[in-house]
Design a protein around this ligand. Sequence first.
Ligand SMILES: Cc1ncc(COP(=O)(O)O)c(C=O)c1O
Length: 202
Amino acid sequence: MKLAKRTTLISPSPTLGITAKVNQLRAQGIDVIGFGAGEPDFDTPSYIKEEAIKSLQAGFTKYTATSGIPELKTAIAAKLKRDNGLDFQPAEIIVSCGAKHSLYNAIMVLCEKGDEVILASPYWVSYLEMIKLSGAKPVIIKTTEKNSFKISPEQLLAKVRPKTKLLILNSPSNPTGMMYTAPELAAFAKIAVDKDLLVISD
Ligand SMILES: Cc1ncc(COP(=O)(O)O)c(C=O)c1O
């Protein structure tokens, strides 16, 4: 079978590769701590399981609105207001099957060949593959422990060109745990406004 050329642009997930390796070592009886796919180390709370069971038993199993049911969007808008002080209308909210799905959709609709996307390294591995799949060029700003794995506004400005479409900001960061301060984020926001740069905040 001949696959589309774009499938050659992407590489297998190193995270899943590490997870498979850990499982293989464990199967050999080797005691190993896995730093691959990250999942909570606790069971799904029972009130969540019970609501899911109740919904299934009530026949809530049919198609729903693609962008999310109105009750959920309203609840998310209320959460954003209550916990984050953010004002968003339900119509401005889209529900997806997790962050990966949202990021993929956003990058696919925003980026294409000829665009550049700025990303700080080390990064969560899927960003790079999504950028490549969109046809855009990843522009990586390297960070190190010495600068607390942070990029500076000056470093960002140095990478912004007319082709720059998007900045992906991941704070707190996977994998470093780095977190930008509010003034640091404000400096990035100012550059984004001045340079007409879109920002995905993950
Ligand atoms: C930085 C970052 N963004 C997005 C995701 C994907 O999240 P989800 O499991 O909600 O698709 C992960 C998962 O590890 C992540 O580390």
